[in-house]
Design a protein around this ligand. Sequence first.
Ligand code: NAD
Ligand code: IPM
Ligand code: MN
Length: 358
Amino acid sequence: VTQKKLAVIGGDGIGPEVVDEGLKVLEAVAGSDAFAITRYDLGAAHWQRTGEVLSDETMASLAAADVILLGAVGAAPGATDVPSGLLERGLLLKLRFAFDHYVNLRPSRLFPGVETPLSDAVVGGREVDFVVVREGTEGLYCGNGGTFRGGTPHEVGTEVSINTAYGVERVVRDAFERATRRRNKLTLVHKHNVLVYAGGLWRRIFESVAEEYPQVSTDYLHVDAATIFLATDPARFDVIVTDNLFGDILTDLAAAVTGGIGLAASGNINPSGAFPSMFEPVHGSAPDIAGKGLADPTATILSVALLLEHVGLLDEAARVERAVLADITARTPGTKRSTSEIGDAIAAQVCDEVAAKV
Ligand code: NAD
Ligand code: IPM
Ligand code: MN
């Protein structure tokens, strides 16, 4: 068995805290030899110390990894010592773009017994289990914008959304393929009633690819209406495909209705395998709770399960998922465990299961 090269970027705030628990569970399930781990010290502190966000050498080194695990980067939303966007654009988005992570995969599942703001009437005994396929390399995230008349009352700021036929078609195809491996249902979310050019492109490509997948039933929602259904009838969704910004917003909402942002995992996937894919919790650096042991590491641990699946360690991935399921369904609402207590408990679950097997 060849060792996989795993690059680990803890990052800022709770990032390093949750990543430590992810690695704890990874080692519990796969042993210490399956992955050769290299840790990268990147983020706000590294930038403050060196003036560098992500050097070319570090980029080249990361490119040689098989897979990347990232915690989170970014300062507090109100911070003034780190320019907003510096780390998000210069580190996180740089990696997503350079490594062509066009499938930003964000699964949501409401596990039994998990606290949700949804009422029983909304969940109604139906299973809430869907995945958002968020486009990861285009849209409003491209940095295609600018500003002029700065310093005057007529200052202008623009960000123009880039949508290419190539980029839309490849992510739409990926979503159709995923739907065939799930419940054969795919929803396109956009806003073609207003964004007639970009939305029109998405719609035409979606409808034309759909002809190749007669077994997949399709529908369409404008993004505003999609937020209604995520809150009132999330069980209706199987696979959702959408653009970069809509996907960002919908997946925080999806997390909130399925047990909270502390449980939401993601994969930034380059399906061709030409570049390393990157796994990370959906949440950010949570400066409000950083350094206090209050962060829930479950999202990172579930991201580790996605990582294991990606590198073909399917049994290990399933074991982590079962351990998380066992742990979170046994949680008592109102009782708080620390970040490392949750990591320890899930790692112990994984080991119990491994022991029970032999
Ligand atoms: P956030 O996700 O960091 O925090 C939002 C809220 O969720 C906070 O109240 C936080 O305490 C809570 N929260 C987040 N993760 C949690 C966890 N694991 N357990 C318990 N509670 C958790 O979003 P934000 O405040 O908008 O962003 C903070 C910084 O993180 C910003 O600089 C932002 O740019 C960055 N960010 C980075 C990533 C990433 O690296 N992938 C993702 C989102 C935001
Ligand atoms: C996420 C984050 C990022 C995004 C930011 C930090 C660039 O919110 O991973 O969801 O918008 O994609
Ligand atoms: Mn986000």
